[in-house]
Write a protein that binds this ligand. Structure first.
Ligand code: C5P
Length: 222
């Protein structure tokens, strides 16, 4: 029987990451954070001196990406060539660089098989931009999570402040809008809901409320 897949796509800051890992945990399924692969590709390119406009070089970096996601003390770590980059790939700048790398078709092609390899029994929750439209278009349940850009900026701001990082709300909003524009306007695998996706606007919903709604959708799909 095919391995069941739930895809969770949407713009950055809509809550995909948190919600996807909670759902995966609840179901006991695997989790794919596909954005991390683009962040890692951009990070590895920087490490190896490959420029962000060198498409062939970037594709080679993506093809040879040496990553591991070991679990230590209940938290998932991200290792690149054995080096702990868990925090380093989470900065705004790393996200911006990831979004540039993600616009290169050969990079997306190189990461396709690596992403599909995450589809293992008993099931997979896949978080990204094109999980339902491209990578797992046969998925049984496709969710598109959105929230207003202002709300996403506020969430990001609160996260950063809580982590003790200085942040500026209006520049965060600008960064979010610029990244949305690049992700929705690129020619390959642009950010958009799959035709058969269920769209959920989380602007006025808490994380537990979103998880509740998704759990109900899953139960209804059997
Ligand atoms: O989700 P996250 O912010 O970690 O993703 C970083 C960037 O990677 C996104 O802005 C997007 O450009 C790219 N991405 C993508 N396709 C995915 C996941 C992420 O193009 N499936």
């Amino acid at each position: 029987a095919p391995v069941p897949v739930v895809t969770v796509d949407g713009p950055g800051g809509a809550g995909k990451g948190t919600v996807s890992s909670l759902i995966a945990e609840r179901l006991g399924w695997h989790l794919l954070d596909s954005g991390a692969l683009y962040r890692l590709t951009a990070f590895a390119a920087g490490k190896h001196g490959v420029a962000l406009d060198d498409e062939a070089g970037l594709a080679e970096v993506a093809e040879n990406l040496d990553v591991a996601f070991p679990v230590a003390d209940g938290a998932v770590q991200t290792l690149l060539e054995g080096e702990d980059v868990t925090r380093a790939i989470r900065t705004e700048q790393a996200g911006e660089r990831a979004s540039q790398v993600a616009a290169v078709p050969a990079v997306r092609e190189a990461l396709l098989k690596r992403q599909r390899d995450f589809c293992q029994p008993p099931g997979l929750v896949a978080d990204g931009r094109d999980m339902g439209t491209v990578v797992f278009h046969e998925a049984g349940l496709k969710i598109f999570l959105t929230a207003s850009a202002e709300e996403r900026a506020r969430r990001r701001y609160a996260q950063l402040r809580q982590a003790g990082v200085d942040a500026n709300l209006s520049s965060l909003l600008q960064e979010i809008q610029a990244r949305d524009a690049r992700d929705t306007q690129r020619s390959v695998a642009p950010l958009k809901p799959a035709d058969d996706a269920v769209t959920l606007d989380t602007t006025r919903l808490s994380i537990p409320e979103v998880v509740e709604q998704l759990t109900e959708l899953l139960a209804r799909r059997g």
